[in-house]
Every structure is written in structure tokens, then in C-alpha cells.
Ligand binder design. Structure first.
Ligand SMILES: Cc1ncc(COP(=O)(O)O)c(C=O)c1O
Ligand SMILES: N[C@@H](CCCC[NH3+])C(=O)O
Length: 415
């Protein structure tokens, strides 16, 4: 466990978070390298000797140090843009271990991905298949493809992060799959490799995954009958983590169920976990600036805000709040943690029983995924620093933005 109390001070591995605040100030994202590695290994090792590739979903946390650490232990990567592609390459990743997802890859992105030799495109429509074919033809090469199907399975998660229902924009309707594969199979510029689905994020039950897998396997058999051979299944990411006290999926049991269902053939399995690799391996550290109470409400105004950590405002999500100094005594109340941004929705936590004083530091737990990557400069706030801890070592893996960074690319019209 990367984050725990020692002598009542919250530590990241063997480094006191108070030391990180002294070194890098607040607000701050802190990641545990050991947790990231162990989380990835848990997926990788659960497959045993079955052919597989764990492609970390870069969107969850795309810091170069995170990508580099994962690349060094053999991770593949699920990317969704040229930005993510260039990031993983810069971080030392092997392009042949990358899958390219997303509903609208541009010609430019496809060309670059083909140039560097990515493993596979997860294609999301006939139109996109045509575009990939055209780019491959222009380059005189062949693109390896997998079609993302929409299995119309309810992932039972937040509606904004459910992706496998007909009403969602993702993937191809099961009934439309065969004509698209036929087209790809008949093209000299496309090589049919896999079948893909990703039904949503933060799933805490395994049954929707297995329902989707059943539909995928039916399609594999159907395609086989018309001599279109699928050699890998990419079952996406979506495995939920513990934010509060939810029951979560046992990764070993989930992978055992997958292998049980595919044991009749030697299909290689690809998974694209993002949150489950980095979510609990990161915390967001923030300082209490002011306490403001009225007859109804207790607000702790903190130096972090919705631009730094959007999830609570955007999806009304819960992050556990821990005091950096467990012994700190202040005003006991049920506090709303609110930021300095001019929005009523600017809160990071609500109604938390804490004993607070101005100047206290707090850690919002489980913020390693979709924390920094969803941050913005709203209200012209420079983005915060990111630090990675490994044992008793800590490294600044992204500098805090400066005021100059805020307007670096802007221009005043001279008239
Ligand atoms: C195609 C695809 N793969 C993988 C992921 C990673 O999901 P998660 O972070 O829930 O594992 C996502 C995001 O939901 C996605 O859209
Ligand atoms: N951004 C979402 C997850 C979306 C996953 C995108 N495929 C979250 O913070 O939970």
C-alpha cells in the first residue's frame, strides 16, 4: 500500500507527505511507483502463460514518468490520439505494443501510427475503416485492425462513463459487424486481427464484462464460419477501484473467468486498464486556506479546485479525504471542501467529518486516474506539480506551471 500513516503523518511509500509539501509546495499530485507497478503486474500475472498483452490506457494518467515506468516493466499502451502516441514513444514504449482506440482518428494520426508500426487500430465504424484503408493504400502498407463492437450491455456505472449501450456513440452495432469485417478481409491494405469492446469505466461487477464477452465470442464463431479468423480479443478496460466502500472486482477472478470462456481456442487477450493501474496509486494534496461557517454550512476553502481535480464536480464522485497530520486538532464539523474558483460546483468533497484549522494539509485519495489528465487552466490557474515516489526517493515528474506558461501561446493584436 503506497499511502499510509507513520507516526500520525501520511506517507507516500517511505516519504512523509509533509516533506513533499516542503519541497514542492501545494497543491500537488503524488504518485507511488510501487503501487503503479504492482497494479500492472496483478493484471499481467493473472494471465499466467496464456497469450496476452496488458495495454495501460494512457488517458487515465499520461505523465511521461508513469508511462516510462510502465514501459520498463513491459506494458503495452492503449492510446486515443497522436498526442498520446507521441507521449508513449517519447517515454520509451514499443509501438508494436500499442493499440489505437477512439471514434475519429484523423488521417494524420493514422499515418503516423502506421509509420511507427503500432500493433492494431481499434476501429469504430465503416467510415473509419475506409479512412484507415485509404491511408494504408496511399502509404503502400497494410494496417492491422480490430473492430470495436457495441454489445448493448449495461455496465451499471455512471451514465457519463458507460460506453457499451446502443445510445452511446462508441463501437459498431453487432448487426453491422459482418459487412465491415468482409470489407476489411477483402482489402489488401487491411489485415483483420481482432475484435474489441469496452463497455464503460469504474465497473464494480463482473457480469456485464462476461455478458459482453459472450456476445464477442458468438461473433468470433460467426466470422470463423465465413473464413474470417480473429486472433485476438481486446476486452477494453473499465475495472473499477475502491473509492469509498464499494465491493470491487477481483482481478484474478475476472481474468480466470475470461480464460475459462476462451479456453477452447488460443485467442490472445488484450486488456486496457487505466484507472485500476493508477487510480489508487495517486493522491492530491491541498491546503486549507480559510474556514468559513454559517448557521447552515461549514466550508473549508482549499487551495486546490475543480480545475485541478474535476471528477467531483463533473460526476459527483467521492474521494476519501485524509488529514496529512492525523493528530491535527481544529474545528470539528462536517466540512465541504471548496476551491477558489468562481463556480458553485467548485467542490472536491462534501459533508466530511474533519477537525480542521487554517493551514492544515489534506490528501484526496484515489486521484491517480483522471485527476491531472482532466485538469485545466480555468480561472487562469497554473496546473499543479506532479511528484513520483519510489521507496525513500521522490522526483518532480512535472513542474508546477508558471504564470508565463499560462499565456505562452497567446498573442496580442497590434493595432
Ligand atoms: C477504449 C478505452 N479503453 C480503456 C479505457 C480505460 O478505462 P478504465 O480507466 O476504466 O480502465 C477507456 C476509458 O474508459 C476507453 O475508452
Ligand atoms: N474520466 C472518467 C473516466 C472516463 C473513462 C474514459 N474512457 C472518470 O474520471 O472517472
Amino acid at each position: 500500500m503506497g499511502f499510509s500513516y507513520k507516526n500520525h503523518i501520511l506517507y507516500a511509500e517511505s516519504v512523509a507527505i509533509t516533506d513533499l509539501i516542503d519541497a514542492y509546495e501545494s497543491p500537488l499530485y503524488v504518485y507511488s511507483r510501487t503501487d503503479i507497478e504492482n497494479n500492472w503486474y496483478e493484471f499481467d500475472q493473472a494471465f499466467g502463460t496464456h497469450p496476452h498483452l496488458v495495454c495501460y490506457a494512457v488517458k487515465a494518467n499520461s505523465n511521461l514518468a508513469v508511462l516510462n515506468v510502465l514501459s520498463k516493466i513491459g506494458s503495452g499502451f492503449d492510446i486515443v490520439s497522436i498526442g498520446e502516441l507521441e507521449r508513449v514513444l517519447f517515454a520509451g514504449a514499443d509501438a508494436s505494443r500499442c493499440v489505437f482506440s477512439g471514434v475519429a482518428k484523423t488521417k494524420f494520426e493514422i499515418k503516423r501510427a502506421l509509420e511507427v508500426g503500432i500493433f492494431c487500430f481499434n476501429v469504430e465504424s465503416m467510415a473509419e475503416m475506409n479512412r484507415i484503408e485509404q491511408v494504408a493504400k496511399d502509404m503502400g502498407t497494410q494496417a492491422q485492425i480490430s473492430l470495436r463492437i457495441n454489445p448493448n450491455v449495461d455496465a451499471k456505472t455512471h451514465p457519463y462513463i458507460s460506453t457499451g449501450l446502443k445510445e452511446n456513440k462508441f463501437g459498431v452495432d453487432i448487426d453491422d459487424v459482418v459487412p465491415i469485417y468482409r470489407m476489411a478481409h477483402n482489402s489488401p491494405y487491411l489485415a483483420v486481427k481482432g475484435l474489441n469492446c469496452h463497455i464503460g469505466s469504474q465497473l464494480v461487477e463482473v457480469s456485464p464484462f462476461l455478458d459482453a464477452l459472450d456476445k464477442v465470442l458468438e461473433l468470433v464463431a460467426k466470422l470463423d464460419k465465413i473464413n474470417i479468423r480473429i486472433t485476438h480479443l481486446d476486452l477494453g478496460g473499465g475495472i473499477g477501484i475502491k473509492y469509498n466502500n464499494e465491493q470491487i472486482i477481483d482481478i484474478n477472478a475476472y481474468i480466470a473467468s475470461i480464460l475459462d470462456k476462451v479456453k477452447m481456442n488460443d485467442l490472445k487477450i488484450i486488456l486496457e486498464p487505466g484507472r485500476a493501474v493508477v487510480g489508487n496509486a495517486g493522491v492530491f494534496v491541498t491546503k486549507v486556506e480559510f474556514l468559513k461557517q454559517n448557521s447552515d454550512k461549514s466550508f473549508a476553502i482549499i487551495d486546490g479546485a475543480m480545475n485541478d481535480l474535476l471528477r467531483p464536480a463533473f460526476y459527483q464522485t467521492y474521494h476519501q479525504v485524509l488529514p496529512v497530520n492525523e493528530n491535527a486538532k481544529g474545528v470539528d464539523a462536517n466540512w465541504d471542501l471548496v476551491g477558489p474558483i468562481c463556480e458553485t460546483g467548485d467542490f472536491l468533497a462534501k459533508n466530511r467529518k474533519l477537525s480542521l484549522s487554517e493551514g492544515d494539509y489534506l490528501a484526496l485519495m484515489s486521484t491517480g486516474a483522471y485527476g491531472f489528465t482532466m485538469s485545466s487552466n480555468y480561472n487562469s490557474r497554473p496546473r499543479v506539480a506532479e511528484v513520483m515516489v519510489s521507496g525513500n526517493q521522490h522526483t518532480l515528474v512535472r513542474e508546477r506551471e508558471t504564470i508565463q506558461d499560462l499565456f505562452n501561446k497567446e498573442h496580442i493584436i497590434n493595432d
